[in-house]
Design a protein around this ligand. Structure first.
Ligand code: HEM
Length: 236
């Protein structure tokens, strides 16, 4: 392949990384808003969460979006691996004068490690709830209308309940560590994605950096607060 072809294809890969990364940020916001219903106490909270889960698994448009999410995760990972292998090949040796720690953040140089922590989190997380919801026998909630719907609320509550799950504390720790990984990954990834798609102007860079910082702190913090809260309220 010609040199310009390689450049073009690695540029295209960077675009795909940015596009899939930004799409996954949108997914995270939607997923967070749905999961925040776990803070609603009592029967209303249980009903709201279970009806939301039913809608998310039965609505055809949402099903398509779910597949776009799974494909985006796979694409993002494959692209990251190919890009870093290509970069290593193009720059086989570190220059003696090159001192990366002096001019870049640790997280920007270790996106692969952070991505791997997040991947482990996602695999464990999907086996905790998603696999159960889709392939396992589920507890059911009987509605006033006589209809029975899957009780995902009970599955999530029990998972973080130390009286029911002896590994609940370890689960909370894993979810919090996963969110720290997401914070560090997003902190660099968010602004890097905007640069890749060409939003790179002195007037906007400060705003994008501020937005990126706010997003990368607030979203993982809100996610992490869910298992911590569910554990604490059920501890007594
Ligand atoms: C920490 C709080 C979180 C809770 C309580 C939570 C809860 C859930 C539940 C109950 C499901 C199953 C829903 C279903 O199958 O309809 C699910 C699915 C999923 N979660 Fe989470 N989640 C959390 C954080 C995250 C994070 C941080 C990520 C990504 C980094 C993530 C990625 C996913 C994915 C990709 C699915 C499958 C979505 C789909 O099928 O459309 N979750 N989550």
């Amino acid at each position: 392949m010609s040199r310009s072809g390689i450049l073009k294809s690695s540029l295209a890969k960077k675009y795909w990384m940015a596009a899939t990364g930004l799409f996954l940020c949108v997914f995270l916001v939607g997923h967070l808003l749905g999961n925040l219903q776990l803070f609603i106490a009592g029967p209303e909270g249980k009903l709201a969460f279970n009806e939301y889960a039913k809608f998310m698994t039965s609505n055809p448009a949402v099903n398509i979006l779910s597949w776009v999410t799974y494909l985006s995760i796979v694409f993002h990972i494959v692209d990251a691996i190919v890009l870093s292998v290509n970069n290593k090949k193009a720059r086989p040796q570190n220059y003696a004068y090159n001192k990366p720690s002096a001019n870049s953040y640790w997280n920007s140089r270790n996106m692969g490690i952070l991505g791997s922590v997040i991947l482990i989190f996602i695999i464990v997380h999907m086996s905790n709830f998603w696999a159960k919801m889709h392939f396992d026998e589920m507890p059911m909630q009987l509605l006033d209308s006589g209809e029975s719907i899957k009780d995902l609320h009970k599955v999530v509550m029990d998972f973080f309940n130390p009286a029911i799950n002896s590994l609940a504390l370890a689960a909370v720790a894993l979810y919090v560590i996963g969110q720290i990984g997401i914070f560090l990954h997003l902190h660099h990834g968010f602004q890097s994605a905007f640069q890749t798609v060409g939003v790179n102007h002195p007037r906007y860079n400060k705003i994008i950096r501020g937005l990126g910082l706010a997003f990368s702190v607030l979203v993982p913090l809100a996610f992490a607060s869910i298992p911590v809260y569910l554990y604490i309220i059920q501890m007594a």
